[in-house]
Design a protein around this ligand. Structure first.
Ligand SMILES: Cc1cc2nc3c(=O)[nH]c(=O)nc-3n(C[C@H](O)[C@H](O)[C@H](O)COP(=O)(O)OP(=O)(O)OC[C@H]3O[C@@H](n4cnc5c(N)ncnc54)[C@H](O)[C@@H]3O)c2cc1C
Length: 421
């Protein structure tokens, strides 16, 4: 049977490719696009959908507004559809809860239901000819192949555990926090250790301390205290569309300098309100003489032994080297995420893609991976471009604008190769 060549195949259907679906509809109406998502249904970091946790970006940095403020897929359009626009305005917040934002994303995803195949994992790409790529998709036990002129990888980040640590019954990464807790029902642990000092770590500590009323929660990290995220207005400009132009054009040493200066907007930092809340609780417990929230600062986990009765976690206090052994029911690693390497997905198509001296793909300003001369097909990256486009790459701030840039790049390229043009 003849397999049709689609204009666009999207890998993953998180916020990035959901925003792309909206941009394609609004700016490239006739495009034949399909998205493959390995989860069984739409979900945005469900394991960390902690009630009360708020967004780290302004609600106007939604899927579409910075590209098209009149889009029907904006957060404001969602609020209107849900009958909550006036209530939200009265609330006077720019940072909705993640639960509400998840509901917004689900609402937007539902509008593109026909374009998405859930429970479908893309395993590799290979060139079909110069015009199209073969996209190999696993759905259940079946492998099937689709053809596409352009592929957009929006596969998100992958969780990171310290070297040698394997996840298990009692050893979790924060990405699974609510899932693991949900599996345990009415659980009454005596002690949980949370490793890390970033936003997810602080959120996990807050949530475990709030919801497991009998448990001691030990936060272990090497810093002296949680460090606040810099979300002040001038610092925030690093997430502006113009900042991507500046970063992209900068020489390597300037890129590295700008990245280091901006780290404290996103990496290993915590919202100040949350830091204050944790301190307030720790102090109140000190006053009451019953401390359940323990901050083991300037400390490092040496090892974790898993025995029949639970875990034994050895923690070193770095200034003195003193070692404390903690018996715990679970250790939660809030040790962050890293970019997925696009070459893991590119398969045989990777041989046609150019790499820089660091082994990472060479990416055009339009987010297309540079290829050797020949292929007319394109692979675009949403995420995994911190090295070329800067710190906003894995965040929502640039999503709306980036998808417009990708759609316009695709349109320009297809106009060039169209017969008679
Ligand atoms: C707990 C948490 C909170 C966050 N909060 C914020 C915030 O407030 N503001 C902000 O700007 N950023 C935030 N981030 C950063 C986050 O990266 C972005 O919010 C956003 O998720 C990026 O969207 P994405 O679509 O690129 O990636 P993801 O949301 O990770 O989506 C990628 C999707 O691709 C799917 N997938 C992966 N590989 C394949 C494959 N081979 N085949 C098929 N499907 C595949 C995955 O299942 C997933 O659904 C947060 C991150 C976390 C972990």
């Amino acid at each position: 049977m003849h397999t049709p060549v689609r204009d666009v195949v999207g890998i993953g259907f998180g916020p990035s490719n959901l925003a792309l679906a909206a941009a394609l509809e609004e700016e490239h109406g006739g495009a034949d696009a399909v998205f493959f998502e390995k989860q069984p249904a739409f979900g945005w970091h469900r394991g960390m959908l902690i009630d009360g946790a708020t967004m780290q970006v302004h609600f106007l940095k939604d899927l579409v507004s910075l590209r098209n403020p009149a889009s029907p897929y904006s957060f404001l359009a969602y609020l209107h559809a849900r009958g909550r626009l006036v209530d939200f305005v009265n609330h006077k917040t720019m940072f909705p809860t993640r639960l509400e934002f998840h509901d917004y994303l689900e609402w937007a995803a539902a509008a593109f239901e026909e374009r998405v195949r859930y429970g479908a994992e893309v395993v590799s790409l290979r060139p079909h000819d110069d015009e199209a790529l073969e996209v190999v998709v696993r759905q259940g036990d079946e492998l099937e192949t689709h053809l596409a002129r352009d592929v957009v990888i929006g596969a998100g980040l992958e969780p990171v555990l310290p070297e040698g640590v394997r996840p298990g019954e009692r050893i979790w990464h924060t990405e699974d926090l609510l899932t693991r807790l949900g599996e345990r029902g009415d659980w009454e642990p005596r002690r949980i250790v949370v490793v890390g000092a970033g936003q997810s770590a602080a959120e996990a500590v807050e949530y475990l301390h709030r919801t497991l009323a009998r448990a001691e929660v030990c936060a272990v990290f090497a810093r002296y205290g949680y460090s606040p995220a810099d979300d002040s207005p001038f610092a925030n400009r690093v997430f502006d569309p113009e900042a991507v132009d500046h970063y992209y054009a900068a020489p390597g040493d300037v890129k590295r300098m700008l990245f280091e200066y901006s780290r404290n907007t996103n990496y290993s930092v915590v919202d100040l309100d949350l830091i204050d809340e944790l301190y307030r609780r720790a102090y109140a417990e000190k006053v009451a003489g019953a401390e359940r929230l323990r901050i083991l600062n300037a400390s490092r986990v040496l090892d974790v032994a898993d025995g029949p009765g639970g875990l034994r976690v050895r923690v070193a206090f770095l200034p003195t080297g003193e070692v404390t052994a903690l018996d715990a029911d679970a250790v939660v690693y809030a040790t962050g995420y890293r970019e997925r390497d696009p070459f893991d997905l590119l398969g045989e198509a990777g041989a046609h893609c150019r790499t820089g001296p660091d082994g990472r793909p060479v990416v055009g300003r339009d987010y297309r991976i540079a290829t050797e001369p020949g292929p007319a097909w394109g692979v675009y990256l949403q995420g995994a471009t911190e090295h070329s486009h800067g710190i906003a790459s894995s965040l929502l701030s640039m999503t709306a604008v980036r998808t417009g840039e990708i759609v316009r790049s695709m349109a320009r390229r297809s106009a060039r190769v169209a017969p008679g043009v």
